[in-house]
Design a protein around this ligand. Structure first.
Ligand code: GLU
Length: 485
């Protein structure tokens, strides 16, 4: 399917953190516009003033900046269709709501909260009973003359069906009788989401509405608004649900109980924005004719397409994200990795540790930036050690053999003038040759003695270099003491 330039928008409500699902919506909307050289707009939907959270707009804009999802029009950058914050567009919605009233597709409703509540209590009716739908113009005027507050409601057709085509889910049809006469303009003059987004998408010339599938079944109401105004309907691209798997294997809508669900939380626990973007690009979209998984944002901008979006729910897999993250960390510019690791390590690492060398060992081994802290624990602390760790089948070592080796190499190491990996390595190799022992056995004995754990982010001599001469020798002394007990 080929398109002319597509115009999409990301229209978040500033109600808190940036959920991964929202970020995926922003990403897909951005990509869809960019694959066709079109426009990507950001619009802040803040008409539900009760749900606003201070600072949430900054979180949204920071996230877009950090992920590289640049936009052509929106807050800060401006553009020809502004303002891009709905609360600053109040007057616009009023005019359009009045137009609909004049055309007979909307009506003034003067029902009080008390009446609505009573109706609800008596009849158990959740919605609205269309009490004001057929007021005469004179009756409306009388209410207005009395200064009564009112809302404007959409006049839904009472019979028939409404159908629209969704690019992902196909044809969606709804019985008109099932649709409520929903509020378009509230009594405080603010529009509802239901109305404001339709007016804005039209005025901003949005060609493709990309959003979560929770809007799939309310969209018939929105297309009726387009029809009432005589506007061309946009294309709809509803995205599959995002699910999470809990420990018992059950799948449900992705939420906090599955793990971190906001972009900020993931970044704070050591995930890279580019890894997150790459992973979530594949949560609902599958590139055609390839098994490839690694995509930069630029590459995604080349190959993203609507027809490869899936309608089945996608499950957020934290392990898979970790895999992406470790790949991205490996490819990271070493200076950038060093800065991020240093930030996490410098306050907790003792002075004898060669931090640069340690960080150099970690880059290819951690899956998240936070893991640098746990993985370098051996350098900060002399961990409790079970002497059984000296036993190693492959290298044929036993605690006894390791004690002999450590006793032998202790003075050699003490005499070593250049405390550096290659020199230390040569020294131990020479000792192995001289005693006709396997180099692997020597390295095993020394590595366990100085690191005091089985799995280390480097070999024996790298670990010694990181620890510094004094600490490494101190640990060998401790090891000998333990082995002699
Ligand atoms: N403000 C709505 C939300 O955050 C946007 C839905 C849409 O994109 O139309 O869910």
């Amino acid at each position: 399917m080929s398109h002319g330039p597509i115009c999409t928008r990301f229209a978040p409500s500033p109600t808190g953190y940036m959920h991964i699902g929202n970020l995926r919506t922003a990403l897909y909307a951005h990509l869809l516009a960019k694959t066709t050289g079109g426009r990507f707009i950001v619009r802040i939907e803040d008409t539900d003033q009760v749900r606003l959270v201070e600072g949430a707009v900054d979180v949204i804009l920071d996230t877009l900046r950090m992920t590289g999802l640049s936009y052509d029009e929106g807050p800060i950058v401006g553009g020809p269709n502004g303002p891009y914050v709905q609360s600053e567009r109040k007057d616009i919605y009023r005019q359009y709501a009045d137009q609909l009233v004049a055309k007979g597709y909307a009506y003034y409703c003067f029902c009080t909260q008390e009446r609505l509540q009573e109706m609800h209590d008596e009849n158990g009716i959740g919605g609205y009973d269309r009490h004001c739908r057929d007021l005469t113009p004179e009756e409306v005027q009388q209410h207005l003359d009395r200064g009564e507050p009112y809302v404007i409601r959409q006049k839904m057709p009472l019979s028939g069906t409404t159908t629209y085509y969704d690019e992902v889910f196909g044809e969606i049809t709804m019985d008109n009788a099932e649709m409520q006469d929903q509020i378009l303009l509230k009594s405080d003059g603010f529009p509802t989401y239901n109305f404001a987004h339709v007016v804005d998408d039209y005025l901003m010339q949005v060609t493709h509405v990309v959003r979560g599938s929770e809007y799939l079944t309310s969209t018939p109401k929105y297309v009726l608004l387009y029809d009432a105004f005589g506007w061309q309907r946009p294309h709809y691209v509803h995205l599959p649900l995002l699910m999470g798997r809990s420990d018992d294997g059950k799948i449900s809508k992705l939420s906090k109980r599955h793990g971190a669900v906001s972009f900020q939380d993931l970044v704070n626990s050591g995930y890279l924005p580019e890894a997150i973007v790459n992973y979530i690009a594949l949560l609902g979209w599958c590139p055609k004719d390839t098994n490839r998984e690694m995509f930069t944002l630029d590459e995604l901008r080349e190959c993203f397409s609507i027809d490869a979006i899936s309608k089945s729910p996608s499950v957020f897999d934290y392990e898979k994200l970790k895999w992406f993250n470790s790949e991205y960390i490996k490819q990271m510019d070493p200076a950038r990795f060093a800065a991020a690791a240093r930030q996490r390590l410098q306050d907790c690492t003792p002075a004898h540790v060669d931090l640069d060398k340690l960080i150099g060992l970690l880059q290819s081994r951690v899956a998240t930036l936070d893991e640098v802290v746990e993985m370098s624990r051996f350098a900060r602390e002399r961990l409790p050690l079970d002497t059984e760790l000296y036993t190693n089948k492959k290298n044929k070592t036993t605690p006894e053999l390791c004690r002999t080796i450590l006793e032998d190499v202790r003075p050699l190491l003490a005499d070593c003038a250049v405390w550096e990996n290659t020199a230390l390595f040569e020294l131990l190799k020479e000792y192995a040759a001289a005693t006709e022992r396997k180099a692997g056995a020597i390295m095993w004995a020394v590595r366990i003695a100085v690191a005091r754990q089985g799995v280390t982010p480097g070999g024996a001599t790298e670990v010694m270099e990181v620890l510094g001469k004094e600490e490494a020798l101190g640990r060998i002394d401790l090891a000998l003491e333990e082995l002699n007990r």
